[in-house]
Design a protein. Structure first.
Length: 491
């Protein structure tokens, strides 16, 4: 391939990547709006009131604590026109499409087994952490916001680790606790709108097994009773596809029903202000929010991946490392926007139907951190999400492969994190901090994303200004290739 053919090839790849980055698919007949504090749906001072009266807009659901409303458009109503008109209403703070996220498939291999901690051979000191855990403490709840969990799996059933809603009577068809969900005994399925959050894709069950595996040996026989509880919240369907509105529902459910840690092994390039507001609420209520950095070998400092690329202090953005402490070549990174590394390659865990297998991704690295956060909160229940993040980041092991890749330049150390929690006092102040902001940062302040979810799009394409910027960005590469060609001819 000659030099100019090579340059053309690079330009075509760059355009393809640029198009993917801008891609942000959404439902064509739904929007999310946030009303200003004094406003109430549908009695606004402008378009929404008249459009609702005319049958052009109807409400699917609302999150009253956020004053965010999920609206359905009448058949034939253009999404673009609806958004334009809604923006004219003086009572609207913002309006956005209901974005779609899509999941990648897993790699699953063989049956597994082992003694002690055997899900990864990375030196994260899980066994050492187990040896110092306090006995007979209340169980911490971790929300698995994902494709669901096979709650009947022998590991979860044998360890009694699936969360049970204490205020719901099974099978009576009544919303006993008044939380808006009927018979939600073990979580909820936001895809099918029912009380069966069973995993029909595999990803969520694998993630749940990693979270539990940080706290006990999931391959032991017999299994011990779990030290934590897993709350299955299914918002991604069997094809791995979900919406922003369902993600917000899952986060809201987790908070209202007592989850201490929210595991988010999902994400994409679409930035949603409504999702950001939901995550900020998780911070204000003391929750720990752990999110995956993504699997595209991408620099999240310049190309943020959400939901972890939001400026919220309780978010921990996690990259993937290997058993030998190398940086996983698929993992996203970002010295300013990704916080730490954790094992994410060939991780052994549970799969549906009492199966076991290995999988790789930052989706697998994230639950290692979520499980650690759960143990820490179990030790000291007063720890909130901000302090949990500070203690985990402060306890990482510095490794060469993460130098310049993540802000701590460190990989998870479970033992150090548990010790830090045990030594914490209620009057201690946080030592690591960053400021929240109500806006979405173009360059991302505290990044992350997902090993599970692909980028999303509204079909935008680069215009003339984008083309000029792209060519300018590629000029140093052209010069390098030209110089390299000249040097090769001189050798």
């Amino acid at each position: 391939m000659n030099l100019w053919r090579r340059i053309v090839h690079i330009i075509l790849i760059a355009f393809a990547l640029h198009s993917v980055a801008l891609a942000q698919e959404s439902l064509s007949d739904e929007v999310l709006i946030k009303l200003k504090p004094a406003a109430a749906f549908p009695n606004t001072r402008g378009y929404i009131k008249s459009a609702h009266a005319a049958g052009l807009l109807s409400q699917n659901r609302a999150w009253s604590h956020l004053n965010i409303h999920h609206l359905k458009l009448a058949p034939g109503l253009s999404l673009a026109n609806a958004i334009t008109n809604i923006k004219t209403d003086p009572d609207v703070e913002y309006v956005e499409p209901n974005y779609i996220v899509k999941a990648d498939q897993l790699q699953q291999f063989g049956l597994l087994g082992g003694s002690g901690f055997s899900q990864s051979s990375a030196p994260i000191k899980v066994d050492e952490a187990w040896s110092i855990l306090t006995t007979d403490l209340p169980r911490t709840v971790v929300a698995i916001i994902d494709t669901g969990v096979d709650t009947s799996h022998e590991v979860f059933a044998g360890s009694e680790s699936i969360w049970v809603n204490p205020n719901e009577i099974p099978g009576n068809g009544i919303d006993d606790d008044g939380n808006g969900y009927v018979d939600d005994v073990n979580g909820w399925n936001f895809v099918s709108k029912n009380n069966s959050p069973m995993d029909d894709q595999g990803h969520g069950t694998h993630v749940a097994g990693i979270v539990l595996g940080v706290t006990q040996n999931i391959f032991a026989n017999p299994l011990e009773k779990s030290k934590i509880l897993l709350m299955p919240l299914k918002f991604l369907d069997s094809q791995g596809s979900g919406t922003t509105s369902d993600a917000i529902d899952a986060i809201t459910y987790a908070i209202k029903n007592g989850a201490h840690v929210l595991n988010n092994s999902w994400g994409g390039t679409g930035a949603s202000q409504a999702l950001l507001d939901a995550i900020k609420h998780s911070k204000s209520t003391g929750r720990s929010f752990v999110a995956a950095a993504g699997n595209q070998s991408n620099d999240n400092d310049s190309n943020p991946t959400y939901p972890a690329s939001y400026a919220v202090e309780n978010i921990i953005a996690v990259a993937a490392t290997t058993d030998s402490d190398a940086f996983a070549d698929f993992s996203n990174f970002g010295f300013k926007t990704v916080h730490m590394g954790a094992p994410g390659q060939d991780i052994k865990s549970t799969l549906p139907s009492d199966a076991y297998g290995t999988s790789s991704g930052t989706s697998m690295a994230t639950p290692f951190v979520a499980g650690t956060a759960a143990l820490m909160i179990r030790e000291k229940s007063f720890l909130d999400g901000v302090r949990v993040r500070n203690l985990i980041l402060g306890g990482t092991d510095k490794i060469t492969s993460l130098s310049g890749k993540v802000s701590t330049e460190g990989r998870l150390n479970v033992y150090n994190s548990v010790v830090a929690a045990q030594n914490a006092t209620e009057t201690s102040s946080s030592t690591l901090s960053s400021s929240d902001d109500n806006t979405i940062y173009e360059g991302a302040i505290l990044g992350g994303g997902c090993g599970l979810v692909k980028s999303t799009s509204n079909g935008s394409r680069p215009g003339p200004s984008g083309l000029v910027a792209l060519v300018l960005l590629l000029m140093p590469l052209f010069a390098f290739l030209a110089l390299r060609r000249r040097c090769l001819y001189q050798d």
